[in-house]
Design a protein around this ligand. Structure first.
Ligand code: AVI
Length: 329
């Protein structure tokens, strides 16, 4: 069985994030319309800003999912069935804020399980393991520093335990639907008949409520979005003047797409030294930086069925704004 209370690093040593960022900037800013990938939001400062977003009154997602896991954690775990030893696998664990609700319940009921947080940030994993070992000295934890599917494959090769795979927080929303579909199918392929997949999805709701979650009054989301330019300044020696750009967020209720942009407030040029390039921005030209897709349960069911996943149970909050969906292969 897998080693516990350690971090297993499956990331290649030469995985240079800078190179990824450089490529993304070189491609994305040479195109029309301009775009940058939201996966680069999460440097140390961006991760901190995201933590702040999760505490905002407008960002209902965290609160609703918290309510679901707080109130229905027993039912969720009962539906999965916790009799035999299993692995609780948290894809993109981060600080595992919500997963800790399940862990608490499992520890209290003296269930035999191993917690497997999977993340590409080794620092985050380190912090999480440290914290968990203080709160729960007897908890078995195997941290996996890996990409999602690399990690799932590794687990299948190294353990025969049943699996409950978690992908919470509406992280699936940051994929365009075709990639979300592909993601579901890839998770499906890593599951055995006894395994289950708990997927957190933000549901379609009043458009203005959604829009405000991505355009909060305190300006934290704006800072989070613009931090991308700050990061490019730092890592690629660019000279973006953040005062000359602004955050803009818009919701399309048909597609269910929350889109975030960075808008150039004037005609300007920006140099990126590491790329040896200058990029021109027209006044009010936009850079598309993020998609956060919202789904209906019906859409989700169809996507799941397409990969041979069936909905076993749906857990929602009182307002039906968010769902944690238990899927079975
Ligand atoms: C991480 N992800 C699910 C968040 C979302 O809601 O799309 C990221 C975020 N972007 C702006 N606010 C939050």
């Amino acid at each position: 069985n897998t080693q516990t209370n350690t971090i297993i690093n499956l990331l290649p040593p030469d995985l240079s994030k800078d190179e990824g960022l450089a490529k993304d900037v070189a491609n994305g800013l040479s195109q029309y319309p301009k775009k940058l990938s939201s996966k680069f939001f999460y440097d140390a400062r961006g991760s901190q800003l995201f933590q702040q977003i999760m505490e905002l009154p407008e960002y209902y997602l965290t609160e609703l999912e918290h309510e679901i896991l707080e109130r229905q954690r027993k039912e969720i775990l009962f539906a999965f069935g916790t009799q035999s030893p299993f692995q609780l696998i948290d894809l993109g664990a981060g600080d595992a804020l919500k997963t800790k609700l399940l862990i608490k319940e499992l520890v209290q009921s003296e269930t035999d399980f191993t917690f497997v947080p999977l993340d590409i940030s080794k620092d985050q994993l380190q912090e999480l393991l440290q914290e968990l070992s203080q709160t729960y000295p007897d908890l078995k934890v195997t941290g996996l520093a890996a990409e999602y599917f690399q990690g799932l494959k590794w687990l299948n090769e190294h353990s025969t335990d049943r699996k409950l795979v978690l992908f919470l927080g509406s992280n699936i929303g940051n994929f365009v639907p075709s990639s979300a579909q592909q993601f579901l199918c890839q998770v499906r392929e890593s599951l055995s008949p006894q395994d289950r997949f708990l997927l957190g999805v933000d549901l379609k709701k009043e458009p203005e409520k959604i829009r405000q979650a991505y355009d909060d009054a305190a300006g934290v989301t704006s800072a989070f979005n613009l931090n991308l330019l700050h990061r490019i300044n730092q890592e690629l020696q660019a000279d973006f003047d953040l005062d000359k750009f602004q955050h803009f967020a818009e919701y399309d209720p048909i597609e269910g797409t929350m889109r975030s942009f960075i808008i150039s407030k004037e005609d300007q040029e920006v140099q990126v030294q590491a790329l040896n390039k200058t990029f021109h921005f027209d006044a009010w030209e936009a850079i598309h930086t993020e998609n956060s897709y919202k789904y209906t349960l019906k859409q989700l069911k169809e996507m799941a069925l397409h990969c041979g996943l069936r909905i076993e149970d749906v857990f929602t909050d009182a307002s039906h704004g968010f769902a944690d969906v238990l899927l079975k292969p």
